[in-house]
Design a protein around this ligand. Structure first.
Ligand code: HEC
Ligand code: HEC
Length: 165
């Protein structure tokens, strides 16, 4: 309640003195205090893999990571309507199969990071890690086919034909 009063006060003062911060005035309806999205998330009730002590802010960071890695919005894995406030979503629901697929992918990534990379004789001085982004690169389905070869720089000769045996 105190916070709300403080926000209202700021809004009032800026309204009276006509000093709306330029950004807020541009893309926020007048009088609405900016509120980070994660603040409207409820405490999680259905975490099977993530640490149950994770706070809403950290959880949101992880979820942002999933979304950006796959190039999707929350609704790809969660029950809710895109563009609606988060408190209308049922994030705990496992109804969407993609959510469980994501859990399996998460287990795979953890296994790679904890067990598989250790078998590879990599430089111990460096950090070696795989994430959703490593494969997905902003796509729901990672690329498998190689890209076409880059165009040959002008003037460069084509490689000689393979030698006959
Ligand atoms: C690629 C799938 C995927 C995307 C996209 C995704 N999530 Fe999740 N989300 C999950 C998975 C999987 C879990 C469950 C993790 C577990 O079991 O530990 C989860 C759990 C949650 C929970 C906890 C629910 C509860 O009560 O247990 C919240 C809140 C949440 N996600 C919010 C979001 C938000 C907000 C976005 C969009 C910014 C988002 N998620 C995008 C897969 C996804
Ligand atoms: C080692 C590479 C790799 C990594 C790392 C990876 N994925 Fe995937 N992911 C794939 C492949 C391959 C597919 C299957 C695409 C296909 O053929 O349909 C896939 C598919 C998916 C799907 C869709 C499944 C379906 O049923 O269509 C989801 C959701 C997903 N990944 C989430 C994640 C999340 C979340 C992470 C990080 C925790 C992650 N992936 C990390 C390779 C990877």
């Amino acid at each position: 309640m105190k916070k709300l009063t403080a926000i209202l006060l700021v809004v009032l003062v800026t309204a009276v003195f006509g000093q709306n911060p330029p950004d807020a005035a541009k893309d926020k309806p007048q009088g609405e205090a900016p509120k980070p999205a994660w603040r409207s998330l409820k405490p999680p009730t259905n975490l099977k893999l993530l640490n149950k002590d994770i706070n809403e802010r950290e959880l949101f960071q992880v979820m942002k990571g999933f979304s950006l890695s796959l190039g999707v919005r929350c609704v790809y894995c969660h029950k809710g309507e895109d563009g609606k406030p988060f408190d209308t979503f049922d994030f705990a629901s496992d109804e969407k199969p993609t959510k469980n697929q994501a859990r399996k992918m998460f287990v795979m990534v953890q296994d790679i990071n904890k067990n598989q990379l250790a078998k590879l004789d990599l430089d111990p001085a460096k950090e070696h890690k795989v994430s959703c982004w490593t494969c997905h690169r902003g796509k729901q389905v990672p690329d498998f086919e190689l890209p076409p070869p880059p165009p040959r720089p002008e003037g460069e000769k084509p490689p000689p034909p393979a030698e006959k045996k």
